[in-house]
Design a protein. Sequence first.
Length: 546
Amino acid sequence: MKEALEAQIKLIVAELFDSKVSVVLTRPEAKFGDFSTNVAMQLGGKPQENASRIVEKLKALEDIAEATVAGPGFINITLADAKLQSIIPEVLEMKERFGTNKIFDGKVIVVEYSDPNPFKVLHAGHLYTSLVGDAIANLLEAAGAKVHRVNYGGDVGMHVGKTMWAIIKKLGGENPEKLDAIKESERSEWMATAYVEGTNAYDDDETAKQEITVLNKRIYALHSDDYHTSDFGKIYWTCRQWSYDYFDEFYARIGTKFEKYYYESEVAGLGFKIVDEQLAKGVFERSDGAVVFKGEEYGLHTRVFINSQGIPTYEAKDVGLIYTKKTTGNEQKQSMQVVLKAVEQFEPELVKATTHLTHGIVKLQGGVKMSSRKGNILRAVDVLDAAGAANKKATDTDDQDVVLGAVKYSFLKQRIGGDIIYSPEESVSIAGNSGPYLQYAYARAVSILKKTEVVMKSYELDKTERQLVRKISEFPEVVEAATKELTPHLVCTYLYELAQEFNSFYELNRVIGEPREEMRLTIISAYTCVLKNGLKLLGISSPNHM
């Protein structure tokens, strides 16, 4: 609908002014019309006169009910009811395909997200990136892309050394047989406690720090030799698997599934090799025994890629990851900028094909920042459990679809990049801008449709009907914008506005038994289809009753 009108205006401009311009239609407030354009101001001369000439041509079109000039030369356009209503049979015919597009048709896109580290607990930040990554992947798939959902985590590195040091202390030495005493339900928490203990020892005890440094090198050696049979190796590989079992169990709980895990141990060697090769070519340089990239000349800062002990840092591993998969919090933003700038010096096309999104921090109540190093952490399961408790208190039910919808929407409705303070009570509220509010709005509409059969029929629209149909027609535009900009919150905002329009419509109008019943049922049917499609993009279920 929007694209066809843009093409029509482009033809009018070419006819009147012998000029080729880019016509972009926007959505003004409903009281001003269905579309607006500033094309008249792009033509030079007198914009209001230009607009008046274009308006006269638009008024002659059958699909246009009204066209007016506003301000210095804006054109507001109102569609004829018949044209606006044509979106309804399109929705009902396309069903789950309505809102899809071909922006990335035929493209192959790797979406990497969540990225927890084994030997540590999943915190609320991992939950956030899991939900946002899933929504972005859904948008890309709806745009025709072949999407590979992958995960990346640090199965080597100092955090593993710290945890392994504490685990060995807990086991009374390198005694892997004692791991059998750890209950399956307690494994993840047991390792999380070990990480905190190891971190505190590393910070406070010089002897422990030296022991952990040695363990760190032994862990890297386990991978270079693929050595599983030593007692030390048995402890490492067993606990590593415990972590991934725990991750998979949690992902199943939130409805997320990954095609592949990338491990730091797999990409570290490649990253080291690439950095070492580019060191010889002058991209990197040595500094105090380490290998660094000097980012100052690019407006960035210096980062270490290989430390003085010859071990690749996160930055070198990210280089290996970028090559392997051919995209973290704001805290990692500057680090990734330096990594991409370094890779740009020798593989610019690879950098062009990489998009890195940064997000804010999920904070505890009162804005306190969480830290798994200190044990002051809001775990991912804590968020879900808090939502479940709040929903139980509010509704006396334990509907996990509602709980998941509450958490997902609460995170996704926020623009990527800002910090998040999660409120369980607000997230489960059925009266506000929440997932359960949208789920209830869907169930409410479905209950109406169950009462009678939908029959396609067209009428002249009254104000409330028109506003709902107009909002329905915006869905493809919103999905396209959210996909191009990788901003799922646009879909959230739209769905909330759509549900509000429906609720206003239903509160002011009877449906069943009215002369306009057939048309209204048709509109409601299209509404439920659009709302369901939008919730699906967000990974939220659409219950038929609540």
